[in-house]
Design a protein around this ligand. Structure first.
Ligand code: SF4
Length: 206
């Protein structure tokens, strides 16, 4: 796919019928956030609310992602958020390899335009696409990989944290590690950790 500017890319993506997911979608979920940001979060694909609203990470998982960002002093304006596939897989099944392959050029173009210094994969599907095909989220989340002048890390998808609250303390460690990396790269606002908030979110070990 020929590389496009933001507006052309968004228009092309929103009228895309290149894979079968177009048949059941309500909206194409292109991405949201700051197009100048150097921090990119990538999930696997839209869920029900995202499909209905056309925005990534809304509903309970989106609320949790916002809370996770806020405990390291970030907002959606500090980052960009996108998915591996832009249309909702039926019944929230994993996007198939063929669907991921058809859709990936859109994300690849978004990455080119953003040129992020850090990419955080949210969940196994994004990590296997962007970091390594055999990536194991349970054992490799929180590990940093430096590749072609860019840092990659994966953490649990917020939906997984809603299903299993016992994963939250590990995710808090990953968030701290992200904040440390932001600081190392001079990208940190660093106004302190919201202790009460992380306790409410079940992200404390003590
Ligand atoms: S998932 Fe991607 S490739 Fe498939 S129809 Fe939607 S935008 Fe096009």
């Amino acid at each position: 796919m020929e590389k496009m500017d933001w507006d052309t890319l968004e228009l092309a993506c929103k009228s895309c019928t290149q894979c079968g997911l177009c048949a059941t979608r309500h909206n194409v979920v292109f991405g949201v956030g700051n197009r100048e940001a150097k921090l990119l979060f990538v999930g696997e694909g839209p869920g029900e609310q995202e499909d209905l609203q056309g925005v990534p990470f809304v509903g309970p998982a989106g609320k949790l992602l916002d809370d996770m960002l806020s405990i390291i002093d970030l907002t959606r304006e500090d980052c960009y958020i996108a998915n591996i596939v832009k249309c909702r897989p039926p019944r929230n099944r994993d996007p198939q390899q063929e669907e991921q392959a058809m859709c990936f050029p859109y994300l690849d173009n978004q990455i080119d335009l953003l040129d992020p210094q850090i990419i955080v994969c949210l969940g196994r599907i994004a990590a296997q696409k962007l970091i390594a095909p055999d990536f194991r989220i349970t054992s490799q989340h929180g590990n940093w990989i430096h590749r072609q002048d860019r840092w990659y890390m994966a953490m649990y998808h917020p939906s997984a944290l809603l299903r299993d609250v016992y994963k939250r303390p590990e995710t808090f460690d990953d968030l701290l590690s992200l904040r440390e990396k932001l600081r190392e790269l001079g990208m940190c606002k660093d106004t302190g950790i919201g202790y009460v908030q992380r306790r409410e979110l079940g992200m404390c070990k003590d």
